[in-house]
Ligand binder design. Structure first.
Ligand code: CO
Length: 198
């Protein structure tokens, strides 16, 4: 049996280092969580939410899936949003896409990938909506980058249109929805300037 001892070893070191600096860190955190942010990002191993914004455990509530999609029938994602908004009272929802996203790339290809094609279907719809603008770009890499950005903007709209966010805004809750892009080649975040507050 493979026990992945290296990961347990790394975990022990990590926990010890934190407790060395803040002896009560885990004890305090075990009592409650009060993250200010909900992060909706891609499952890509190169886009780890906490590390990118340098937040410790407890700092950010996270939902990740392939290509950071917010689908109106996805109970998993919707449940995360509801809990974050209604129970944790986060004031910011960040949808973070990234350049070089494999999900977006696969959606641009004209070949079958199996089950995941049903998920990628949502990205193909976004391509269709922005077809003229995308097809006008001759460079395939540029087209790829633009679709990654269009996807994030579209997902921000999807978050805003959820019954959860609509209800929060109607109740006068302070809640902003942001669209960001992350560069896996330089580690830098870019704000897409689509922040929506009501
Ligand atoms: Co991705």
């Amino acid at each position: 049996m493979e026990t992945l001892a290296n990961l347990f070893e790394a975990n022990k070191k990590w926990a010890q280092e934190i407790t060395k600096k803040q002896p009560n860190f885990f004890k305090e955190l075990s009592k409650q969580q009060t993250p200010k942010y909900l992060w909706i990002g891609c499952s890509d191993s190169r886009v780890p939410a906490n590390e990118i914004v340098n937040l410790p455990p407890g700092g950010i509530f996270v939902h990740r899936n392939i290509a950071n999609l917010v689908v109106h029938t996805d109970l998993n994602c919707l449940s995360v949003i509801q809990y974050a908004v209604e129970v944790l009272n986060v004031q910011h929802i960040i949808v973070c896409g990234h350049y070089g996203c494999g999900g977006i790339k696969a959606a641009m290809e004209n070949k079958p990938h199996g089950l995941i094609d049903n998920w990628l279907r949502h990205i193909k719809d976004i391509y269709r909506i922005h077809k003229t603008e995308l097809d006008a770009l001759e460079d395939e890499e540029e087209r790829f980058r633009l679709l990654c950005e269009k996807n994030v903007i579209e997902q921000v709209t999807n978050v805003c249109e959820t019954t959860i966010v609509q209800k929060a805004w109607k109740a006068g809750k302070k809640l902003s929805v942001h669209g960001w892009m992350y560069g896996i080649e330089d580690g830098i975040l870019k704000d897409m300037g689509v922040c929506t507050t009501n």
